[in-house]
Ligand binder design. Structure first.
Ligand SMILES: Cc1cc2nc3c(=O)[nH]c(=O)nc-3n(C[C@H](O)[C@H](O)[C@H](O)COP(=O)(O)O)c2cc1C
Length: 171
C-alpha cells in the first residue's frame, strides 16, 4: 500500500476516531465493535494501523482467531446510533448485525468484511500482537484507565494489534 495514498485518508480518520469507528475481525463471526483509540503510522516501511482491544471484549477472542481485521470509519456525524450500540453491547449477548441493522462491506484486498455505509476503510493483516505491559505505563494513565473499576481484576489491559495496511480507500 502506497504511503501517500494511506496518509491522504488520515485527516478524515483521525477527526472521526474520537466519535468512534468500527473494528471487525476476520473469521466466521462478524461482530462490529466501536473503537475510539488507534494509531496510524509507518512501521517496518509499511503503513500500519494499530488497534487496542481490552482482554474482556468478545472482539478480542475473535481477533485471536484470525490474522486480518478491518477498521471502518463513518463519515462525520453519521452512524452515531450504530456506534453507540456497537460500543455498549457485546456480541456475546446480541447479534449486532441484526440488532443494529448493519450490513457488511466486501473486502477488496483480503482483509475482514467492513461495515457498509462508512466513508473510509482500512483493511489490515495482523503483523504483531502484544499485551500492554502496565508495569511500564505512565502511572497516571495506569490509574485512570486500568484501575480496579475495570471488567477484569488485573485492570483489563488492552491487546495492541499492529495491522499492516493491505488497502485503504474511500467508499
Ligand atoms: C466511543 C467508544 C470507543 C470505544 N473504544 C474502544 C477501544 O478502543 N477499545 C476497546 O477495547 N473498547 C472500546 N470501546 C468499548 C467497546 O466498544 C464495548 O465494550 C463493546 O460493547 C465491546 O463489544 P464486544 O464484546 O462485542 O467485543 C469503546 C466504546 C465506545 C462507545
Amino acid at each position: 500500500m502506497d504511503v501517500k495514498e494511506f496518509a491522504a485518508l488520515l485527516p478524515q480518520a483521525t477527526e472521526q476516531l474520537p466519535r468512534g469507528a468500527f473494528l471487525t475481525a476476520g473469521g466466521e463471526t462478524w461482530n462490529p465493535m466501536t473503537i475510539g483509540w488507534a494509531q496510524f503510522g509507518v512501521v517496518w516501511s509499511r503503513p500500519v494501523v494499530t488497534v487496542m482491544v481490552r482482554k474482556s471484549r468478545y472482539t478480542d477472542s475473535l481477533m485471536e482467531q484470525t490474522d486480518v481485521f478491518t477498521v471502518s470509519i463513518p463519515r462525520a456525524k453519521e452512524m452515531s446510533r450504530e456506534l453507540a450500540f456497537c460500543g455498549s453491547r457485546s456480541g456475546r449477548d446480541v447479534n449486532k448485525e441484526q440488532e443494529a441493522k448493519l450490513s457488511r462491506l466486501a473486502p477488496r484486498a483480503g482483509g475482514a468484511e467492513g461495515v457498509a455505509g462508512c466513508g473510509v476503510v482500512f483493511e489490515c493483516r495482523i503483523a504483531q500482537k502484544q499485551l500492554l505491559d502496565l508495569s511500564t505505563l505512565d502511572p497516571d494513565f495506569r490509574a485512570k484507565y486500568y484501575g480496579s473499576n475495570q471488567a477484569l481484576a488485573d485492570g483489563d489491559p488492552h491487546v495492541l494489534y499492529v495491522g499492516e495496511v493491505l488497502a485503504a480507500y474511500e467508499v
